[in-house]
Design a binder for this molecule. Structure first.
Ligand code: SF4
Length: 342
């Protein structure tokens, strides 16, 4: 038996925080969701950014809207064949949305933030792997953690760029902070790490987790590229020109160290879930990990609901049932005989 806990930051750590029950059944029982609703736009954005960067590097010019659209149409079919779905009505609507998120279609040119990422890209899809030693008594007998992740892009700024929003740390040790309406300015030559989020910038647990994630990635990269000037989250689903697409996150060694401590604590909780499912699979409740102290109906929020509706564990999930019935919603979603669903 291996002495190592392998943890993917998004596939394990963040998924476990979103819902430990769904995560545990998928990873340790092998029950996979039959489709992934809402994931499509995120996959398409990531693919498009990579494709635009490769294309710019190869030709020295930016792709036009027509070729970007053609590429997205092809990639949509690839995702569909893998069981990845969208909440939007049609393929055309999805491709149009993603294209408009990235390009000013009328001007046939990338939005400024896309331009900065494509032109400044030094390393894309940067794989991260780091082993940490831990005390076996706290991690169910395991003495090492292999933390893995993929950073979207390392950028060296080719032009100045203004970030309309900044993250302000309110408690670095606890990795807590808030978004403030104070611009930050990138200078030519600044090294930054960017993570693309196919969502909107909302005040919720996911937003805070994304901040912790990109800061931890900066720490994992520190030995190779040094400490970047800042981390940046690019919320691709925010309206272009809204001033809410880019969030600049200041970092220093104190924040990096705190992010590792926070991450290791999350791995400890994750390990406890593994031990629990091995002992008693039915004892694991659904819902947001940070809301387990709340009544059952409040452990699912609108963000998690998007996952619940395609979750294979939803039919006997007390948290989702309580959420649906408390809100007066139609519980058809958890009716096993509802042949119109799935
Ligand atoms: S239905 Fe929702 S709360 Fe229940 S296990 Fe699935 S994702 Fe978690």
């Amino acid at each position: 038996m291996t002495d190592l806990i392998e943890v993917s930051y998004t596939g394990d750590l963040l998924a476990h925080r979103r819902c430990r029950r769904a995560w545990a059944f998928e990873k340790h029982v092998g029950v996979h969701p039959y489709e992934q609703v809402q994931a499509m736009e995120g996959f398409m954005i990531h693919h498009a950014m990579q494709w635009l960067t490769d294309r710019h590097r190869a030709t020295g010019a930016h792709a036009d809207v027509a070729s970007l659209t053609a590429q997205l149409n092809s990639y949509f079919l690839v995702l569909w064949s893998r069981g990845i779905r969208t909440t939007f009505a049609s393929k055309q609507e999805t491709v149009d949305r993603v294209t408009r998120h990235l390009y000013d279609v009328e001007a046939d040119a990338p939005h400024p933030e896309v331009l900065a990422a494509v032109e400044g890209a030094q390393h894309e899809e940067y794989p991260l792997r780091s082993v940490r030693k831990v005390v076996p008594e706290l991690y169910g007998g395991k003495s090492k953690i292999l933390l893995t992740g993929i950073l979207d892009v390392v950028i060296q700024q080719k032009n100045t760029l203004t970030y309309p929003l900044q993250w302000r740390w309110t408690d670095k040790a606890a990795m807590l902070g808030e978004v403030i309406d104070v611009p930050d300015q990138a200078a030519v030559g600044d090294t930054e790490i960017w993570d693309y989020k196919g969502t909107r910038l909302r005040q919720n647990r996911s937003r805070d987790d994304y901040v912790r994630q990109v800061v931890t990635y900066a720490g994992l990269l520190q030995d190779r590229i040094g400490l970047p000037r800042r981390c940046v989250l690019f919320f691709t689903n925010e309206k272009p020109g809204s001033g809410r697409r880019l969030l600049s996150i200041p970092i220093d060694q104190e924040v990096i160290d705190a992010s590792f401590a926070w991450t290791l604590e999350q791995v400890r909780e994750l390990r406890n879930t593994v031990l629990q499912i091995q002992q008693d699979p039915l004892s694991i409740d659904g819902g947001d990990l940070t809301k387990q102290h709340l009544p059952m109906a409040q452990r699912v929020d609108q963000d998690l609901k998007a996952q619940c509706t395609a979750c294979g564990q939803r039919f006997d999930c007390d948290a989702y049932r309580a959420f649906l019935t408390a809100g007066g919603a139609d519980p058809n979603d958890i009716d096993r005989l509802n042949v119109n669903k799935n």
